[in-house]
Ligand binder design. Structure first.
Ligand SMILES: NC(=O)c1ccc[n+]([C@@H]2O[C@H](COP(=O)([O-])OP(=O)(O)OC[C@H]3O[C@@H](n4cnc5c(N)ncnc54)[C@H](O)[C@@H]3O)[C@@H](O)[C@H]2O)c1
Length: 338
């Protein structure tokens, strides 16, 4: 059993990673400030789980927790994550995604001065590479972020690399494509469509739905993160992708088909509705993930049909999850205040 600290362990990917690590019999410490997107509906009930409600910018408390538990690994998943929100209110993104990471790095740097071992696995995104109109971006591809969100994530990646180079801080970065699965907050595309179908509401799609994203089932991402912790080389970045790109419109049509196949009677208002595009909207993200395939022998396992079916089933079985979230956090269109 290893002691593993997860920051942001109450968010979408964090909730899945915490469950994954507990299943692997590790002792998991979760630090999360419990922002609007946190899951408070289904918390792990396990003696090998500890939770602290804390902002990663709180240096003193963070230091105390790390010194008390001496985790072997710190997965940094805490971040502000919604691009549209970053357009309207960028400050919080800089605060959590840049200053929060700087704070973590300083705490880890000082902890290591006492000869303590700890590996930082930082979770980043494919959005740092910007719009990939053709081919796929590998880890050497230049960073070219387009939104305040992706720029804050790109900044954190640079900061981490500088700490590896200057202070020998043992950190690894994963740049993952779009995740989907249980516990995702309904402001994001897939759970938004599912929630609107369940509530007989129109299905808003930006522009004409031609934008393309690469999709990975969240459990596959958790497995990749675990591999990166175990085998990832310090100072390296690993793209984590499935190689499967879909246009938004095609993805939404797939979800509708799944509901119909399950015998779900679609309400009259459940219709695709094209809405105003996001300012600065990247047309396509696509990762070249050959490095993790070859060097860490990891590949995503879940095909999109199976993953989407599991996801729809989870939301159908866990309607309380949606009911636990205040509608004001996901029913208004954001990101148009420019
Ligand atoms: N969801 C995706 O498709 C995707 C893809 C690639 C990378 N990522 C990255 O994965 C990470 C998690 O994404 P997610 O979709 O699970 O997000 P999420 O919004 O569901 O969860 C983020 C969690 O971080 C917490 N948090 C935010 N700021 C914090 C702070 N300052 N201190 C403590 N806790 C804080 C929130 O309370 C929340 O519980 C992010 O770093 C994101 O950039 C996500």
């Amino acid at each position: 059993m290893k002691k593993i600290l997860v920051t942001g362990g109450s968010g979408f990917i964090g909730s899945n990673l915490v469950n994954y690590l507990i299943k692997k019999n590790h002792f998991v410490i979760n630090i999360d400030k419990l922002a609007y997107s946190s899951n408070t509906y289904n918390k792990p009930q396990n003696k090998n789980y500890k939770f602290f409600k804390l902002d990663i910018n709180n240096k003193n408390q963070l230091k105390k927790i790390i010194e008390k538990y001496k985790p072997e690994c710190l997965f940094n998943i805490a971040a502000e994550t919604h691009v549209d929100r970053s357009i309207d209110s960028p400050f919080q993104f800089m605060h959590s995604n840049i200053m929060g990471v700087f704070n973590l790095l300083e705490v880890i740097k000082n902890f290591r001065k006492k000869n303590k071992k700890i590996k930082l696995v930082h979770i980043s995104t494919d959005e740092v590479y910007g719009d990939i109109k053709i081919n796929r971006s590998n880890e050497k591809y230049p960073y070219n972020p387009s939104s305040p969100y992706s720029a804050s994530k790109a900044s954190a990646d640079h900061l981490i690399k500088s700490y590896v180079r200057t202070y020998n801080l043992p950190a690894v970065i994963s740049n993952c494509c779009n995740n989907y699965g249980p516990y995702q907050f309904p402001e994001k595309l897939i759970p938004k469509m599912i929630t609107n179908i369940l509530n007989n509401r129109p299905l808003p799609i930006y522009a004409k739905g031609q934008n393309s994203r690469e999709w990975i089932y969240v459990e596959d991402h958790c497995e990749a993160l675990y591999k990166i912790f175990k085998k990832g080389k310090i100072g390296e970045s690993y793209n984590v992708g499935s190689n499967l790109n879909l246009k938004n419109i095609d993805l939404v049509k797939m979800i509708l088909k799944i509901f119909k196949k399950k015998g779900f009677k679609l309400g009259k208002k459940v219709k695709i509705k094209f809405v105003k595009d996001r300012p600065g909207h990247d047309f396509r993200y696509a990762l070249n993930s050959k490095k993790i395939f070859k060097e860490l022998k990891w590949k995503s396992k879940t095909n999109i049909n199976k993953g989407l079916n599991n996801t729809v089933d989870w939301y159908l079985k866990n309607k309380k999850f949606i009911r636990s979230i205040s509608k004001k956090h996901y029913s208004t269109r954001l990101g148009l205040k420019i």
